[in-house]
Write a protein that binds this ligand. Structure first.
Ligand SMILES: NC(=O)c1ccc[n+]([C@@H]2O[C@H](COP(=O)([O-])OP(=O)(O)OC[C@H]3O[C@@H](n4cnc5c(N)ncnc54)[C@H](O)[C@@H]3O)[C@@H](O)[C@H]2O)c1
Ligand SMILES: [Zn+2]
Ligand SMILES: [Zn+2]
Length: 394
């Protein structure tokens, strides 16, 4: 089959590789019809390179048609249309029963002491071949894949794999009171969908902050009040306070993560990691501060006293300095983590209707053949050609 594989920093290629086969009785083979590129893939494209091997197949936002199932997979059958969650969870362990599917104890990666294995997401998360490919081996398929109805186009359901549950969890964890206020940092797919879900769930004031003009404009088109953080962003705190009774918003969602604009030291550490041999770079990333924390520090600064910071952006470094005094003094609640995809599916599915209240049908800006994936990564990273959410069709 053809698959998008990783060859080095900013070097991904579509290669011919062996077709996946059933390895465990809980596996399913899925013929991929749509598969999206995520902001999380951009971390693999560059910063997390030391945790990848040449030939790793990327992609964690796939859907398609079941081709074959292992002997223990009973809820889906060949021919079914399914969306595959990005985290691989068993459905029967303590964590899955607690609604923490991204911490699944059956698939946790003990070698790196990390949570549930993820599709196509480095050695840290199990080095499972990903879904930007013609076919996918879906592990834990007795539980994971979400059966969706025939009829509407793929985009109606595709974002259940990641964007929708991630944004839903970001809003849930933000604990915005009815009619309350939220500032969302980053208006990429995750941040923008978080704005839409916050509005849908009754937030009164939704402020979106980014530096890409088309992204700010797109969010404004959905009734979000936007602020431009390009340059040093020094005017942002005052502007946000002005919009929130001088107090700051009830909640701030960080939908940026470790590659934030405006953190020179983190950028330097990331460059340095890129120059070291893999083993040394892995150690640097896991023991030193390599994150660009501009967005997280801004979130802590913006949130009102007693408010909540909900972090959906991915961070990686282990020794990044945090403003503990400010966090403690302001009595900030901090929640974060990979989305527990299956936990939110029953809340979201009823919204994926012809009325399309969250606007999923028109969410993607690009639909490209798998063969164009290398170019798709380049324009998505460079935020060129209006690339906002790219769906590949193998
Ligand atoms: N928690 C999860 O389960 C989960 C799931 C998916 C994605 N993510 C993470 O969420 C983040 C966003 O993903 P995405 O797909 O929307 O990616 P993206 O890269 O398209 O979006 C990030 C946005 O942040 C903006 N930005 C950069 N620096 C900023 C700053 N200092 N202040 C404000 N905005 C800034 C960028 O211009 C961009 O629009 C990534 O870190 C990704 O890894 C987490
Ligand atoms: Zn993703
Ligand atoms: Zn589990």
């Amino acid at each position: 089959m053809r698959a998008l594989s990783w060859h080095g920093v900013r070097d991904v290629r579509v290669d011919t590789v062996p077709d996946p086969t059933i390895l465990e009785p809980t596996d399913a083979i899925i013929k991929v019809t749509s598969t999206a590129i995520c902001g999380s893939d951009l971390h693999l494209y560059e910063v997390l390179a030391p945790f990848l091997d040449e030939g790793d197949i990327l992609g964690h936002e796939p859907m398609g048609i079941v081709q074959e199932v292992g002997s223990e997979v009973r809820d889906i059958a060949p021919g079914d249309r399914v969306v595959v969650p990005f985290n691989i969870s068993c459905g029967h362990c303590f964590m899955c029963h607690s609604g923490l599917m991204s911490q699944c104890e059956t698939t946790q990666v003990h070698e790196y002491d990390t949570g549930a294995a993820l599709l196509g997401y480095t050695k840290l998360y199990g080095q499972v071949p990903g879904g930007q490919a013609e076919f996918l081996r879906g592990p834990q398929a007795h539980y994971g894949p979400i059966k969706v109805p025939e009829g509407p186009g793929d985009d109606r359901f595709l974002f259940l794999s990641d964007v929708l549950p991630t944004a839903w969890q970001a809003v849930e964890y933000a604990q915005i009171p009815p009619g309350g206020s939220v500032a969302v940092l980053g208006l990429g797919p995750i941040g923008e969908m978080s704005c839409r879900i916050a509005q849908h769930r009754g937030a009164g004031t939704v402020i979106g902050i980014d530096l890409v003009p088309e992204r700010l404009e797109r969010a404004r088109g959905h009734g979000v009040t936007t602020l431009d953080v390009s340059g040093d962003g020094a005017t942002i705190p005052a502007a946000v306070r002005e919009l929130t009774d001088g107090r700051g918003p009830d909640a701030v969602i960080d939908a940026v993560g470790m590659e934030a604009h405006g953190s020179p030291i983190g950028k330097l550490a990331q460059r340095l990691a890129g120059l070291l041999p893999d083993a040394a770079a892995q150690k640097l990333i896991m023991t030193a501060g390599v994150d660009r924390l501009a967005a997280l520090h801004l979130a802590i600064d913006l949130v009102r006293r007693g408010g909540t910071v909900s972090v959906s952006g991915v961070y990686g470094g282990a020794a990044d300095p945090m403003p503990m005094m400010q966090l403690f003094d302001k009595q900030v609640s901090l929640r974060m983590g990979q989305a527990n995809v299956r936990r939110w599916v029953d809340d979201i599915l009823p919204l994926l209707t012809d009325e399309d209240p969250l606007g999923v049908d028109s969410f993607a800006t690009h639909h490209l053949p798998l063969a164009e994936a290398p170019r798709a990564y380049a324009i998505f990273q460079g935020k060129r050609e209006g690339a906002f959410k790219i769906v590949l069709n193998p």
